[in-house]
Design a protein around this ligand. Sequence first.
Ligand code: GDP
Ligand code: MG
Length: 426
Amino acid sequence: MLTAIVGINWGDEGKGRMVDLLGSRYDIVVRYQGGNNAGHTVVNERGKFILNLLPSGILRAGTVNVMGPGMVIDLAHLCKEIRGLAEKGIGITPDNLKISQGAVVCFPYHVRQDILEEERLGDRKYGSTRRGIAPVYADKYMKKGIRMGDLLYPDTLKEKLESIIEWKNLLIHRGYQDQAIDMDETLKWLKVHGEPLIPFICDVSDYLDDAVRKNKNILFEAQLGALRDIDYGIYPYTTSSATLASYAAAGAGIPGARLDKVIGIMKAYSSCVGEGPFVAEFFGEEGSRLREAGSEYGAATGRPRRVGAFDIPASRYGIKVQGADEIALTKLDVLSYMEKIPVCVAYEIEGERTDRFPTGDRLLKAKPVFELMDGWKCDISFCRKKEDLPAAAAAYIKYIEEMTECRIRYVSVGAERNAYIDMEAV
Ligand code: GDP
Ligand code: MG
């Protein structure tokens, strides 16, 4: 069984939490794109964890975790993440972690370039996480990347790196007039943070091909959401990789494999980190109240997230481009304080109402059309069966299900592993 767990919205829908929950059914969990700009929060019996690079299956004994060739890896950050987990008693060995030789190394100079560019842009900035993600993906496509597999060949690695740094300094030093990238320092960084990772580097395609042949269950874990996909999201306020389920097998290392199921993670309201169009946004008091209720602060960066109403045109679009078979609706409990719950049912663009999600600059002109649903005004975080839900909460779920035209299989009502309802349980 090959399943992808992907975001339907702008990210932070609770993917890590759902991977942790559903992970027990899978032998292998694979991250297939992105880098340490992800922040997946998992709360289970072992404590609270924030994972940036490691797949969320790392917290379960017996699950093998794979970091696919579609990823970009900041070596220092990964070492720190592994050490942090080790301190909490979670052992990481080449048996439960495999890193693709094709994944691309994110260097300190990528981080520097990211920051230099955001600073240059000033108030025209993209709202980058400043972790070097756009520069490292750009270099990958310029064919100026160092891949994890290069760490296994120190002699050629040095040669490749010298040539790349010479090129990169044309931008960093001559262009931005910042301090030149130093070869020795970069080599030292590689040695300190790269060497400990060498035992984990392998041809993950061989491993995964074999697993597929043996009918193992594999879960593909995405970062961010549909609306941040580089091709189908709100470009240029997207991330720099493909967040869609259709890229899962390719980014994982088994491009020929077919997925059996796509589970879309969708939040009961909206949140968005960084700049860009966000039509259903709440402002002022209404915004702060929801931000506090949902603890909407970035897991990777600590930045306050922008929040808003559930957005039907955007979510329906997200479901379509993800090809979601079923949905996990998360954080429904957060809405419990609301008397009436606004839902963005359509957009108004230049005086015309539309329920389609527009792309390009038309989106910048969209204004939200809200409808108010009845709130339930009581704690639902203890609900574990469909029948436990108050009628207004059940109606909210049903309404969203009908409007987005996708089956809602799971509803989560708390951050802890078991705080959810299987809507199809009998
Ligand atoms: P991800 O990036 O998609 O994995 O999501 P994040 O971890 O960045 O953000 C989701 C946040 O919501 C985390 O802090 C979770 O612990 C929390 N969370 C997940 N599901 C629920 C839920 O159903 N209710 C509440 N109250 N919190 C949740
Ligand atoms: Mg997150």
